[in-house]
Design a protein around this ligand. Structure first.
Ligand SMILES: NC(=O)c1ccc[n+]([C@@H]2O[C@H](COP(=O)([O-])OP(=O)(O)OC[C@H]3O[C@@H](n4cnc5c(N)ncnc54)[C@H](O)[C@@H]3O)[C@@H](O)[C@H]2O)c1
Length: 346
């Protein structure tokens, strides 16, 4: 089996690449290294079954090149996270909408199935006790760029579903909730590595808003096997699947847990959303998954405890302190990676 992983040099993509190689796949990675890093592939970069292509999912020739001879596509490349979308709305929308359509169109021409990585963000402000895949989406104004990520991923899902219903392209959609683990960076505002990085540095943990917003965190090594299992299950086609954590926790409680697990003497400081992001910023108060559909089809059961996730993230950040990057406010500039000159491995 030859698999293409777009975004394979990213946080989740690199774990997926490792699992596919372990399973005996030949793996092609297409990534522009905008938020990903070749360091994420350091454990497997010498594997002769891995092919690397630095390229862009919005560039037709890159996508066509990467898709030559593959049997399936895992499409994870995206401008990820609200910070990035707020900072660079246009480029993010182009990647997340045009890039995904190009991947789907090319997959249809080549005749290979696609697994699309979507997000719990698409549910927006719906605070239902358990968000089922058919739940309503409640999004704020289109003029608030914060909602661009959810809007774009929603369009991606609609494109994927249309390719399935009109052309019979086998597509599976996974909606990832807050996924954490080694290699995730806090640079773009992801809350767990950002707070753990602050705890390790002895800085105040900066919690946005009043801290009572809740999330369910899941561990990347619980989620990736489910992504693969769903891709391999023909009955998954044409539908979306939640993959989220089991424990609901407020961000304030998360900060306290991080201080306890890391033994940090740091304090906790509330930062208003306007300061952390932009005036008028809106957040979701609550986001709790209903994992029934993915559990029933492929047995998805998140097992890693939040404490163990924090330990794993702390160990990773300690080994690679540069990845702990702390982003407090939208006024701080997000580092833009310089064009890389890494040679193509194969
Ligand atoms: N981490 C989470 O909690 C989470 C939650 C919901 C959904 N997701 C989805 O999972 C996927 C992976 O996210 P992640 O957390 O690993 O983020 P990430 O930023 O680590 O990975 C994204 C990868 O895509 C690459 N990329 C971005 N734009 C590209 C382009 N135009 N062409 C080629 N490559 C490009 C980046 O360099 C990076 O390696 C994304 O689709 C994201 O929307 C993640």
């Amino acid at each position: 089996m030859r698999s293409l992983v777009t975004g394979g040099a990213g946080f989740i993509g690199s774990h997926l690449v490792e699992q596919l190689l372990e399973m005996g796949d030949d793996v092609v990675v297409l990534d522009n290294l905008s938020t990903g890093s070749l360091d994420n592939l350091e454990l497997v970069h010498a594997d002769p079954h891995l092919s690397w292509h630095q390229g862009d999912v919005t560039v037709r020739s890159d996508v066509q090149w990467a898709m030559r001879g593959v049997d399936r596509v895992f499409h994870l490349a995206a401008a990820v996270g609200v910070h990035l979308i707020v900072e660079s709305p246009l480029a993010s929308l182009r990647t997340n909408i045009h890039g995904t359509e190009l991947v789907l169109e090319t997959a249809q021409q080549v005749g290979v199935p696609v697994l699309l990585a979507s997000t719990s963000e698409i549910y927006g402000k719906n605070t239902a006790d358990r968000l089922h895949e058919d739940a309503d989406r409640i999004l704020g104004s289109t003029l608030k760029s914060r909602w661009g990520y959810a809007a774009a991923k929603g369009i991606d899902e609609a494109f994927a579903h249309a390719y399935w219903s009109e052309h019979g392209l086998p597509v599976t959609i996974v909606r990832l909730f807050n996924t954490v683990g080694p290699r995730q960076t806090g640079t773009y505002g992801m809350v767990v590595p950002r707070l753990v990085g602050q705890a390790l540095a002895g800085e105040d943990l900066t919690v946005h808003g009043d801290g009572h917003q809740t999330r369910c965190f899941s561990f990347v090594r619980d989620v990736v096997p489910a992504i693969v299992a769903l891709a391999e299950e023909p009955r998954s086609r044409g539908l979306a699947y939640n993959l989220g954590g089991a424990e609901e926790i407020s961000v304030l409680e998360l900060a306290a847990r991080i201080l306890s697990v890391t033994g940090s003497a740091s304090g906790v400081r509330l930062v208003p959303y306007e300061q952390a992001y932009a005036p008028g910023y809106e957040d979701m108060r609550r986001r709790v998954p209903d994992n029934t559909r993915s559990h029933e089809l492929v047995g998805f059961t998140p097992t890693t405890s939040l404490d163990d996730m924090i330990v794993a993230v702390a160990a990773d950040l300690s080994q690679r302190p540069a990845r702990g990057g702390v982003l407090v406010g939208a006024t701080e500039s997000v580092p833009v990676p310089s064009p890389l000159t890494h040679p193509r491995w194969h």
